[in-house]
Design a protein around this ligand. Sequence first.
Ligand code: NAD
Ligand code: DAU
Length: 333
Amino acid sequence: MRLLVTGGAGFIGANFVQQTVATRPDVSVTVLDALTYAGNRASLDSVADKIDFVHGDIADLDLVDNLVSGVDAVVHFAAESHNDNSLAEPWPFVQTNIVGTYSLLQAVRRHEVRYHHVSTDEVYGDLTEEDPAFTENTAYNPSSPYSATKAGSDLLVRAWTRSFGVKATLSNCSNNYGPFQHVEKFIPRQITNLIDGVRPRLYGAGHQIRDWIHVDDHNRAVFDILERGRIGQTYLIGAQGELDNLTVVRLILEAFGRPADDFDHVTDRPGHDQRYAIDASLLREELGWEPQYADFRAGLANTIAWYRDNEDWWRPKKAETELAYATAGEKTL
Ligand code: NAD
Ligand code: DAU
């Protein structure tokens, strides 16, 4: 199979490409990535001689058409992915997440190429602690410019499938953690703060709940859906990893041998979603997928070890990321 992977220099995409190269010698991979602030060519160093890399924008219709004409399937990870950035400047989210997805859909439609769309549980909005977990039938109710543009892109995929017969599947996953995640995100931000001797930064009281999944478990599910998923079907991906943010900060502090209260409460995120939770029954029962990282503490310990061992990878992004948070007005409460 010849596979085009968009966003393959980002967190989840790079892990997907590494996993595919390691486990699937029958698959040839071309990565299309614009190398935005979130993309890092170094994330693909270990597989550089085994893949083709194209530096370009998914919204470039001619480039995308040309690349799609030469593959059997597209897995679409590329996106603007950070909620806080979407609150500061929404336009790149509209451009990449909606216009970029349109560009890919037109190309897979023209060339009749199989398409898998990687999306997020945030399209469903948030839950109270009493609500049942999201299912494939939960109504869309996004809260932020990020989640609204991801929801818009999902709806384009559904429309292109129904109206034009595009052979698409979709997946909506919960919060990922693991190696190669940008230091703007919650877990790597706190790990790299602690490596630098800086206290973790918890938004508000930290009672929001996220449903954590290791990135390798997400990516195995994506491959299963690509190969065996039903055309037109959405699959939710999650590993029953619900934890509140305060607990996650305390687990990271514990792993660094620091006291449980050694962190700062900072300005909360406007419109902050309270809880995400995934019911992955369809994926488990229909495709037989099971997470391999059932123990969050163990996965977190591996992730901390990776950031300790790969300072060259994250260090160039750290100061500019913290400056952006400070410029956006983040203050200790
Ligand atoms: P990321 O921000 O780490 O990486 C995004 C990648 O896309 C980068 O390499 C960037 O350079 C590239 N990119 C951005 N705009 C582009 C454009 N116009 N053209 C080509 N490339 C472009 O994101 P991530 O966390 O790896 O997320 C990947 C996908 O998974 C996204 O679609 C996101 O919505 C989805 N998702 C993420 C999570 C999570 O927890 N991170 C959970 C569920 C779903
Ligand atoms: O649910 C899937 C989504 O998970 C993906 O679609 C997004 O691309 C991904 O970024 C992630 O979104 P979140 O907004 O949940 O992730 P983030 O890492 O930004 O924050 C996780 C939680 O931690 C959230 O409740 C906000 C909080 N937080 C975040 C940062 C950066 C803090 O308390 N302190 C911080 O410094």
